[in-house]
Design a protein around this ligand. Structure first.
Ligand code: G6Q
Length: 547
């Protein structure tokens, strides 16, 4: 008798999927030179604007049919329902049975978002108000350390989602930061990270923020314990902890157990994923740096993009288009990576932030209903460095290598540090790189330059290498919020097409479990039995123990 359990159907069985795949075979290689030559309005037609961001997709390998087919695919994949379910507090993180409501973190007071019949927005603002009051006290020098000195340095201890967002946001918004306060970040369990972060600091003037959603993370707790020992060694009394440690967490019990007064704890909720938490209390270091008002501008930027994503037609919807083009380039045109290239030094950590956002979200090989995906590729590798530095290292491969590497260029019309001609030079490079990638330099053009025949092939640029250019007026907290939300929702969109759950991260578990098993084997005084390890791992452990 045939089983009554329906076999989950692959996305590839959708007619809309096949239509995109067929289209990719026919049109995916069309040269950008020809596409631009055939349509003088292409740049305008494929540029989109919302929430202070101007996004030019015209240098992507798209022809007239591509975006409509991708939008039809999004509709067939139920993207609209998924968006509505997220904003309505549905438990769309099915494998963890959780709602996904980071959009509530930036909802204005006047809005309401309900989860299990309860409006979560008042709770969000209650925490924001407490954070603001705390930040004002620290920034004004009213919050004093144990010996009566004001706080001069803030050290955020956290890892993954509790580190990358705070580091990225602090770096990005440093222009707006209170320069009287210094900020350092400790994430790695490597003792070097802690040692270097506190080097030269006066414990009497240092405030640690222990940022951990679960407050059980091995690395963060190890660093927090070391920080407490470091502070108490100088300050003596246990009572100093209350003045030099605050916590950001969802786990009041563990926070209290660690010795931090829960009056000095800023909470958030299980419906905020770590990599979606930089605008929750995890952003405490950001708020300390830029102040509560600017932090609210950051939230307003996120919210503007949330509303755009929720309401705009897919054809004009920035995150939807961004997500669909990522799917187009990787799943249908075969690119394995996407390079993110900010032409702004303040965005130096943006590619690293995006790496976690995209790859921890969509780096999956099983669909929501449990089918192993063996007939299409999901999330690409995200990577990047700020321009122009990257031009002098890895751009060679993007221009002339054998691989297809779509690029996102991000730039600003105005510099926050106008110095001589620097900004013109910077942006000239940004525009030039996208132009060179798209149009290349043909063999005929190289020959016309009088290049010797034996070098012609070497000096030819094939072109047709796709990129998107994102521009904003200047890097403000509002723009940063919109930019991050653009990528958050683009990741969501791509996840809906790939049919994966962007909100779990089971793939990080196995290594953690194995590490916990190896720790006692490294620390034990007696020779442990290593029979349960493979020969390579056992030999590495023996070598380490024999040091
Ligand atoms: C993010 C991940 C992960 C998490 C860290 C830190 O989405 O879940 O990067 O943020 O493992 O976790 P804690 O905040 O619980 O310490």
């Amino acid at each position: 008798m045939p089983s009554s359990k329906a076999v989950p159907s692959s996305r590839t069985h959708l007619p809309e999927w096949r239509a995109v795949a067929d289209h990719a075979r026919v049109s995916g290689q069309l040269p950008l030179r020809e596409l631009f030559a055939a349509d003088h309005h292409r740049a305008e037609r494929l540029s989109f604007e919302a929430c202070g961001l101007f996004v030019d997709h015209s240098k992507q390998r798209l022809n007239d049919g591509t975006l409509p087919l991708l939008v039809q695919l999004a509709q067939a994949c139920g993207l609209r329902d998924r968006i509505d379910a997220m904003f309505a507090g549905g438990r769309i993180n099915a494998t963890e049975n959780r709602a996904v409501l980071h959009v509530a973190l930036r909802a204005p007071r006047t809005e309401s978002i309900t989860l299990d019949g309860q409006d979560v927005v008042p709770g969000v603002h209650e925490v924001l108000d407490r954070m603001a009051a705390f930040c004002d006290r620290v920034r004004k020098g009213e919050w004093l350390g144990h010996t009566g000195k004001r706080i001069r340095t803030v050290v955020n201890i956290g890892i993954g989602g509790s580190d990358l967002g705070p580091v990225m946001a602090y770096t990005a918004l440093r222009h707006y930061a209170d320069r009287e306060l210094a900020f350092r970040f400790v994430s790695n369990v490597d003792g070097t990270d802690f040692a270097e972060a506190v080097h030269g600091l006066d414990p009497a003037e240092t405030l640690f923020i222990v940022s951990s959603k679960t407050f059980t993370t091995q690395e963060t707790l190890a660093n927090a314990r070391t920080a407490r020992a470091w502070a108490l060694a100088a300050l003596g009394a246990e009572a100093a902890v209350a003045k030099h440690f605050v916590a950001v967490s969802t786990n009041a019990k563990e926070v209290a157990g660690f010795g931090i007064d829960t009056a000095n704890m800023f909470g958030f909720w299980d419906w905020v994923g770590g990599r979606y938490s930089m605008d929750s209390a995890i952003g405490l270091s950001t708020m300390l740096a830029i102040g509560p008002e600017r932090f609210r501008e950051l939230l307003a930027g996120f919210h503007a993009m949330d509303e755009h994503f929720r309401t705009a037609d897919f054809e004009q919807n920035l995150p939807v288009l961004q997500g669909l083009i990522a799917v187009w380039n990787t799943t249908f045109l075969g690119a394995h990576t996407i390079a993110v290239l900010p032409y702004d030094q303040y965005l130096a950590r943006f590619p690293a932030y995006l790496q976690q956002l995209a790859m921890e979200s969509n780096g999956k090989r099983v669909t929501l209903d449990g089918r192993v995906i063996d007939d299409y590729e999901t999330c690409p590798v995200y990577w990047g460095e700020p321009g122009t530095n990257g031009q002098h290292s890895f751009y060679q491969l993007i221009h002339q290598g054998t691989r297809l590497i779509p690029c996102d260029f991000i730039g600003f019309l105005k510099s926050l540090n106008p110095v001589g001609r620097h900004h013109d030079l910077l942006m000239a490079n940004c525009f030039a790189q996208a132009e060179a990638l798209a149009f290349g330099k043909t063999t005929a053009e190289v020959r016309a330059d009088g290049v010797p025949e034996d070098l012609v092939a070497h000096k030819t640029f094939p072109g047709n290498r796709p990129s998107t250019t994102i521009l904003a007026e200047r890097l403000t907290p509002h723009v940063l919020g919109s930019l991050v939300a653009l990528y958050e929702h683009a990741v969501f969109t791509a996840g809906a097409i790939w049919d994966v759950n962007p909100f779990d991260q089971w793939g990080v578990e196995l290594g953690k479990v194995l590490a916990n098993r190896i720790v006692p084997e490294l620390e034990s005084g007696t020779e442990p039995t290593l029979d349960h390890h493979d020969p390579s791992t056992a030999a590495l452990i023996r070598r380490y123990r024999a040091r």
